[in-house]
Ligand binder design. Sequence first.
Ligand SMILES: Cc1ncc(COP(=O)(O)O)c(C=O)c1O
Length: 429
Amino acid sequence: MRRETIAVHSGFDCDPATRAVAVPIYQTAAYAFESADHGAALFNLEVEGYRYSRIANPTTTILETRVTELEGGAASVAVASGQAALHYALVNLADRGGNIVSTPQLYGTSHTLLSHVLPRQGIEGRFAESDSPEAIERLIDENTRAVFCESVGNPAGNICDIAGIAEAAHRHGVPLIVDNTVATPILLRPFEHGADIVVHSLTKFMGGHGTTMGGVVVDGGRFDWAAQRARFPMFSEPDASYHGLVYTERFGPAAYAARIRSVYQRTTGAVLAPLNAFLLLQGIETVALRVERHVENARRVAEFLKADPRIEWVSYAGFAESPYFELAQKYLRGTPPSLLTFGVAGGFETAKVFYDRLGLIKRLVNIGDVKSLACHPASTTHRQMTNDERAKAGVTPEMIRLCVGIEHVDDIIGDLDQALAGALAGKRP
Ligand SMILES: Cc1ncc(COP(=O)(O)O)c(C=O)c1O
C-alpha cells in the first residue's frame, strides 16, 4: 500500500458492529476481564487484549499500527512526547550501563539527555567529531549499546548517511537508533537504509498542527538480539520483573518494543492520552499532503532568500553548494524538509529587529506546524550560552531558523520581505 493510503487507513477501517468509519476514542483507564482466568492470561501475556491504559489502549494501538506501517517496522510503542520516546529507546538498551555514541548535531534537549541526564544514571553519552560514519565508528567499543542520530538534524539541517552509519554500528554488533522527526516517513524511511529503531516526536510534522504532544518508538524487528546476547542479555534472559519472561522467545521480532512496554511504560508511565492519540491520528491522515506543500514552499523560500542581498547565507540541502546536497538526493529524493537556517546581513541586532518585525510567521520554538515558525536562537533558545558554546552549537548571532509552513508561499515571502526591509532600515516594530 502507498504511504498516502496507509496514513489514512491502517489500523482501523470500519467498526464491524457500528459501521463507523471514524477512529473510536477509548477514553478508559481499565478493561473488564471475562473471568479470573482471562485476567491471569492477560497478565501473563498469553492472550492478546487490554488490561489497563498505562500499558496499552485500543485508540493508541491504532496510532501505533499506523506509524509502524508508515515506517515499515515490526511494532511500535506510542508515548507522551518525543523526549519520552527517546529516553525509553535508549534505556531499553543501556539500563545495565554502557555508552551511546551520537552525532554532534542533535535537538538541544536530546543533547542534554545524553550529555547530562543519562550520565547520572551510569549511561555515558559520546559525541562524535562529525556525523560521518568514520567519526562515529571511532567511538564505538565493547560497552557501546547504541548509535544515535537524527536523519535530518534540528536545527543544523544536516542529513545523515544512515546506510554508512548503520554499517559502522553493525560491524560492532550495535543497533542504530534514528530520530526521524524532521524527515517523517513520507520523505525517508530509515529502516530501508539499515536503521534498527526509529523514534519520533509526533508533536511535529506527524501531528502537524502544533496542538498535541506525542512520541513513538518503532522497532524495525531485524536486529538479532539473541546473537548479541552478551551485550544485550535483557532480551534473551528471563526477566525477573515479569515472571521470568524471555522477550525474544515470546515476542520474536517485536522483542525490543515489547520490553519498552512491559518494563518502562508499565513502571514509569509516560503514557499517551487516548484523546491525544486520536488527535495525532487526525494529523497523520494528512501528513503526506502537508509534507508535499511544506517542501515545495521551503524550496521557493530558500530561493528567495538566496537571491536577496539582505541575506548573508542560506543553509538548505536543496542547493548544489550544500555539503548535504548529495545525501539529500540519496535519502530524500532531492526534497529536503522545510527546516532551514539563514543569516540576516547586519548581525545580531538587525536579526533581532527582523525577528520582532515578523507578522504572519510566528516567533516560537516549535517545528513541523502547518503555520510558518521562526526562531532567533542567539537571543532566545541559546541566549544563556557563552559565545564559545554558541559557536560550537553552530549558532551564529545573525542566524534565523525557519520552519516553512503550508500557507500560500507568496504570503510567507511577503512577510520575510517586509521584515527585512524594516530591519535593514533600523525600524523597530
Ligand atoms: C528532532 C526532535 N526530536 C525530539 C524532539 C522532542 O519532542 P517533544 O517535544 O515531543 O518531546 C524534538 C522537539 O523539538 C525534535 O525537534
